[in-house]
Design a protein around this ligand. Sequence first.
Ligand SMILES: [Fe+2]
Ligand SMILES: [Fe+2]
Length: 467
Amino acid sequence: MPDGMDVDYDGLIPNNVGLAQDARVRKALETWHPGYIDWWKDMGPEGFQESLVYLRTAVSVDPKGWAKFGYVRMPEYKWGVLLAPAVEGRRIGFGAHKGEPAWQEVPGEYRAMLRRLLVIQGDTEPASVEQQRHLGATAPSLYDMRNLFQVNVEEGRHLWAMVYLLQKYFGTQGREEAEDLLRRRSGDADSPRMLGAFNEATPDWLSFFMFTFFTDRDGKMQLEALAQSGFDPLSRTCRFMLTEEAHHMFVGETGVGRIVERTVEAMRQAGIEDPTDVGRVRALGVIDLPTIQRKLNLHFSLTLDLFGNEISTNAANAFNAGLKGRYREDKLEDDHQLANSTYPVMRLRDGKPVSEDVPALSALNMRLRDDYVTDCQGGIGRWNKPIEKAGYAFRLQLPPVTFNRKIGEFAGFDSDPARLPTGDDHAFIDSLMRPVTEAGKYASWIAAPKVGVDGKPGEFEYVRIHG
Ligand SMILES: [Fe+2]
Ligand SMILES: [Fe+2]
């Protein structure tokens, strides 16, 4: 077994970072633990803390078999600290320190910058749990309810991952940051989460699926960029988080896909030729495609804001420092320093969006965002398949990147409310949000999944609600 594959599963905190031999960090984490459990009980899934949920738990970091499935009460979930195995002789792949051995300790000059990166990433993890805490009550099936809770416990584990790095490498300041991560609350007027999209409500299941498709995918891009980090413990942490993150986007993509599939099927059965005949479609108890498009517009635009400003010195500094790379930096073929390169960025010139070449270092946020948009396209294409197959001319599509923006060049540029969900849309979606808790049954507005979790059959009871 390569170094670091062994997971110590005996203590309070499963880990492969040698906590048993690291009394200082173990004590710090054990001190933080009760506050975390209080947070989970207060702000985690509401009404299901005693339920038995068929969850996967990470028990190894071997890519061939890292999880085991079983019934768990969520507050008893084994949230562990797991890093991907160390890569022998790893070197820094970009920036001013390119080619030097990867850091195993925090370089003093970059301490503040690194701490900030960890805190911003860490803050998003509990935020999404808070945003999604009411959704269990309206789950369209036990299968979907289980997937929601799976995402939630793993976001909890991602918080642990960042807190471990803060506790291990940042002393007193790290401990304070770890406390603050439990103190802020999504949407709170006095003490909100750090980033805008993580203070928005996730009021219904279409929002949940859009969020996991679009916003968890921003998470993936950030983790990919941090997985390139010259600070090796961060790189290893993010590489393991990415294995879990893939499932979150699967939940989003297949969730929206199943909604589209059901809508199209119901329209065909009813002989509806015009998918924009919203009244008739809604009367079938399914979500019309134009409403799905407006929800898509909202979640895409909110998520684009997470990539920050078009031109950013922070992004340039983090790259130069070797702390945050580009998407799949190690697969790119250039000098990995970018001192003399340019990158095309959309700017606002005389009231019009135009593409402009700017120094590549200052455009790293946009480069990551462009990679993100490309990554989104694949899923949109798959959502359109059943629409296409049924012969409807309608296609779901990404809105322009200039639409409904709050951050950057295009803030306030184009905010046509007709392309965003209306009060009427929300009221209609809300009217569909009635729980279905009989094993193997699904709400009227969503198709059954193609396969079950962990190879389980259709009627499997993924959540035993009453424990
Ligand atoms: Fe996460
Ligand atoms: Fe996630």
